[in-house]
Design a protein around this ligand. Structure first.
Ligand SMILES: [Zn+2]
Length: 444
């Protein structure tokens, strides 16, 4: 008879009070555990069984927590944390042209790195493990995200307005190519291209971006149909609504992610479904800028993959996907005057697995054996999460994001009980504040 127990080695054994897997069966386990090795989930099952089977180097006790897959933020401009609260309660074109663009013209690589790093801290503290970013100075962004330990799809912004970040479309496309070269083989960072919008890019530039995305096999993302006015202007300038115009230029497809998608009619929705184009729904940005209500229920019913995005911190003003999930579900119910529209489960899907699919990274957004060990954990001892009858309901309707007690990316704990292991957060915050003040109120 064998007397010695042969336990399997692993890096970390994580115990979870309740585990919401978001796998294909939407399996939910009480008293569960995850064995993590080399940043991936080696096993997932009952805590007792895994404790017997595995010999971990270290343990992570989340037995008082509700464990979810790390959330995926499908649209944002991380470094715009530098402009949070700079201008609120103004129309989109005033906000952009009178406030944001002048401040952005004073940006440099160091400022973008600081703004991105602070955004990473904010997202980690609210359970996000991967984000799709679109901005300038992508090298600085890649440095900042790499140092943070997070995952990101980093998109080079392209627009035909002279900006400190680049002077020409050629320069932007060259930077996008260099980024794609640099990130080849990187397991946490992926490159992408982001023509800003149909009203800031010519048809030729949009087509060049699509050609780039196809030739480099990367995600193309763009702001599209954010407002009714955008469609009216596009119709006048180009003879087609935004979605039809993008389709005609070859920009729609399974590797395209459209941010906002608010002003969509049935033809537009049909075109998105037929081309397998995804949408990044940004409900709080749309609400705050008075853009309208995206037809999320109709998009999902048509088979369009819809993820959730916070947009930049200058137009939301937080990067908190728990808040975004709750807002998305409530807003669809208001729009339809129907409480059955966009259930808690659907909102959680959008913040996890659907968002992962939308950014072209389908192994994220679910906890499954063989998949990345990216997770967040909500402290179930908080009053707003008691008595914990339904973890999905609690995550969407009761949690505010402040309950996040732990966030892990690729097996590494990046946030734990208010602290950021591996990051000198006080120094980051001080440098960030100094830089933000300089950008908004330059010394004369
Ligand atoms: Zn945006």
């Amino acid at each position: 008879m064998q007397t010695q127990h042969h336990a399997i080695p692993c890096d970390t054994l994580v115990t979870a009070g309740v585990l919401v897997s978001q796998n294909d069966d939407r399996q939910i386990l009480a008293d569960a555990a995850l064995a993590v090795t080399d940043g991936r989930i080696a096993a997932l099952g009952p805590a007792d069984a895994l404790a017997n089977a595995y010999a971990p180097k270290e343990t992570l006790d989340l037995s008082g927590c509700l464990v979810l897959p790390g959330l995926v933020n499908t649209h944002g401009h991380a470094a715009m944390t530098l402009f949070r609260g700079l201008c609120d309660d103004a129309p989109l074109h005033v906000w952009l042209s009178e406030h944001i663009w002048p401040a952005e013209a004073r940006l440099d690589a160091a400022a973008v790195a600081l703004g991105t790093r602070l955004a990473c801290a904010e997202m980690l503290a609210t359970g996000t493990t991967c984000f799709c970013d679109a901005y300038l100075y992508v090298d600085a962004i890649a440095d900042a995200v790499q140092a943070s330990g997070m995952r990101a799809v980093i998109s080079q912004g392209v627009f035909e307005i002279e900006n400190a970040g680049f002077k020409t479309v050629d320069a932007a496309l060259n930077a996008a190519g260099a980024l794609a070269d640099r990130l080849a083989g990187n397991d946490r960072l992926r490159p992408a291209i982001f023509p800003h919008a149909v009203y800031t890019c010519s048809a030729k530039t949009l087509t060049r971006c699509a050609d780039f995305a196809h030739s480099r096999n990367v995600l193309l993302s763009t702001h599209a149909a954010e407002t009714a006015r955008e469609n009216e202007d596009c119709l006048q300038a180009n003879g087609a609504r935004v979605i039809a115009y993008l389709n005609g230029l070859g920009l729609l497809g399974p590797q395209t992610l459209l941010a906002h998608g608010v002003a969509l009619n049935n033809d537009d929705i049909g075109m998105l479904a037929a081309t397998s184009t995804s949408v990044a729904h940004c409900p709080k940005s749309n609400m705050k800028l008075g853009s309208g209500i995206a037809p999320v229920a109709a998009l999902r019913a048509a088979g369009v993959t819809v993820g959730l995005g916070t947009d930049g911190a200058a137009s939301n003003n937080t990067l908190n996907l728990f808040s975004e999930m709750q807002t998305a579900a409530l807003l669809q119910k208001v729009a339809a005057c129907d409480p059955t529209t966009l259930s808690a489960g659907a909102a959680l899907d959008m913040a996890t697995r659907d968002g992962a699919d939308a950014v072209g990274w389908p192994e994220l957004g679910r906890l499954a054996v063989g998949g990345p060990a990216d997770l967040c954990a909500l402290d179930l001892n908080r009053p707003q999460l008691a008595p914990a009858f339904d973890p999905v309901s609690d995550a969407v309707y009761a949690a505010n994001g402040g309950e996040v007690a732990c966030t892990m990316v690729a097996g590494t704990v990046l946030y734990r009980n208010g602290a950021f292991p591996g990051c000198d957060y006080p120094a980051l915050l001080a440098a960030f504040k100094k830089t933000a003040a300089r950008l908004v109120r330059p010394a004369s």
